[in-house]
Design a protein around this ligand. Sequence first.
Ligand SMILES: [Fe+2]
Length: 361
Amino acid sequence: MSFKAGRALIVVDPFFESADFVGEIRSTLSTKGIASEVFSDFQPDPTDLNVLAGAARFTTFGADSILAIGGGSALDVAKMIGVSAANPGPISQFQGYHRVADAGPPLIAVPTTAGTGSEATKVAVVTDTTRNVKMMILDAKLMPTAAVVDYELTFSMPKPLTAHVGVDALTHGIEAYVSRKANSLTDPVALSSITKIHANLYNAWSDAGNEKAREAMSLAALQGGLAFTNSSVCLVHGMSRPLGLVFRLPHGLSNSVLLPTVTRFSWPGAKVRYAEIARAIQLVSEKTSDEAACEALAGWLDQLNSDLRVPRLRECCGGDMDRFRLTLAKMAADALESGSPQNNPVVPEATQIMELFELAW
Ligand SMILES: [Fe+2]
C-alpha cells in the first residue's frame, strides 16, 4: 500500500495538541517534504459543526491527506473531515449506511486510547446539532488507509478513561460475537479481543505503566473494532448513543453503564453464543449449562464494573429519576432509529428499551 502526501492536516486530540511526540511527527514529516497543520478545535463526542470547521481548515490549508491522533472522537471527526472535504453539503446527508459518494483523502489513524477501535472501522459517530441526534455513519470509505497502533501512547490515560474505553472495547467484542450479523471471520477475532480484555483490563487500570497489559488492551481494542465493523454492534450501542447525548456522557461510559443490564436482557436470544464467551474466558467449565454460563457472564460484567469503579447510571444522570423518565421515550425512539438494536439477539420494543434504562439506573 502506498499513497502520496504533500500537505497533511493533523487532526489531534486537544489533550495532545502540544505533546512532544506531535512536534516530533511534524518535524519528521517536514524532513520528508510534507507540510502540516494542526487542527484541534473539536469537542469530545464531536459535532457536525466541528467537522465543517475541520473541512474548512483542510481546504484552506490545501491539504491532501489527514493524520488523526487521539481517541475515538479525534479519529471519527478526522474521518468525517475527509468525507466532508470530498463531498460538500450538510453532514446529515451521510447518516446511515453507505451514503458517502466520494472517498475522502488518505487518512492515517493513530489511536491514543485502547477502546473505540475506530482506527480499524468503517464507522464514525457525529452529533447533528440541528436535530440533537448522534448520527452513526457507516461506509467502507470511512476505513482509514492505515493505522499505527502504539500502546505507549495509552500510558497517559487516567484511570476512569482506561476503565470506560476498555469496557467499550469489551462491548465491541461481545456485540460483534452475539450480533445477528456475526460470521465465521469475525467470531475468532471477537473472542480473541474478549479474552485479552478479561485478562488485562483490570491490570491496565490498576497499574497505568503495565506495558504487557497496555499492549494487550491496544491490540484487543483494534480487534474489537475489526470484529464489529465486519459484524455489527447491537443494543448496548443503540441505547448508549442517545443516553450519551442527553446526559453528556462520553461514549465509553455510556456503554459501560448499560452492558451488564443489556446482557441479561439479551442472552435468552443467543444462549449458546453468550455461553461460548463465558467458556472462552474460563468463567465456567465445559460442563456448565448454557443458562448458568450466560448468567455467570452477566455477573462477571457487574463485578468488572464494580472493580473498575464504573458508576451506576443514576450517578451519571444527576440522580433524579423523575427527570430521567421524561427522557426515556425519545431515547428509546432514537435507539431504534439507529438500527443497532435490530442486530441484537433479542430485538426490543421501545417500551422494553425504556424498561432497560430503568433497570440500569
Ligand atoms: Fe463503542
